[in-house]
Ligand binder design. Sequence first.
Ligand code: AMP
Length: 364
Amino acid sequence: MKIGILGGGQLARMIALAGYPLGLKFVVLDPDPNAGAAGLSEHLHGAYDDPALLAELAEKADVVTYEFENVPAHVAEFLSTHTKVYPPANALAVAQDRLLEKNFFKDLGIGTAPFAAVDNLRDLQQAMMQIGYPAILKSRRLGYDGKGQVVLNSADELDEAWQAMQGAAAIVEGFVPFRREVSIIAARRPSGDIVFYPISENSHSGGILRIAECRSDDAEQSMAEDYVKRLLEKLDYVGVIALELFDVDGQLLANEFAPRVHNSGHWTIEGAETSQFENHLRAILDLPLGSTKARGFTGMVNFIGGLAADEQVLSIGNSHLHLYDKAPRKGRKVAHATARADTEADYREALLGLANLASAVDDS
Ligand code: AMP
């Protein structure tokens, strides 16, 4: 079986690594000649919407999946007419547009921050009378890791904030005074079977994920499972999904979902019985899904902008290093390291050591 992947970065790389034991072969489409997954797969080198390369990908792959959600709709449609494409194109369409996404949550009875569509300065001024300060103005499309976002603290800032959007359609959201940010990762296969991972508690700074920790037996697990199940069933979804949530005093509000494997689930490689990458492959191949049970205490630290020496990372007991084969650049995720241990004390010590190393080289 050959799996096609749109995008050949670290997510494709980790999908391929999970697929080798299952005897799978991979072909990735990526414009970067040094794409991180290139060494592990056949690499179609060119633009994501190059018709000849898409035709070649569709022809070579038994199933096509992707590692990022901003796949142009016409590309997903084209591929769907030639081969199986999972997750389904409608999940992409919703996830690509923050307004559609928030309305989608609302229609499913999933709570969100108060929000309103903003197409011009007047919309913004009117919406802010309802929403109140602080708030966040976000572009509807092509936003990730806090990009295309402006925090609003007073009415004086509206003019400048709207100008920063450069005419792009936007939404404004009330700022959620969350106690913590969590995400839940789940996988669904075509027959409708679903597995849920233990929720992950996530620390961000500058809009970028820094640390994700597995929280087994968390009080919010069943609410998170209920929410993500509604999404999966409504979308007739196949593959792994990640739903990011704000925890406000035990009430979960949805921020966004990613129709793909997710950075907050990288701990599953060592920390769960079956990794998110393997379960994504099992789901899109309609194979039985694997146990999502956590193996002891586990969490992950991202290396952003710089790398610590391998020697330093691995000298920390109970740690595991994943290099993405990417040149360090400001704000770029270049590696992650997982801490996994049987006791909480050993785990905490490893995670702290890794977090210290990552923050020493972090340039963002
Ligand atoms: P996003 O690009 O929507 O994932 O936002 C990136 C990060 O910004 C989130 O992980 C939060 O830390 C923060 N953020 C986004 N939206 C809100 C909000 N409505 N209230 C508070 N913090 C937010």
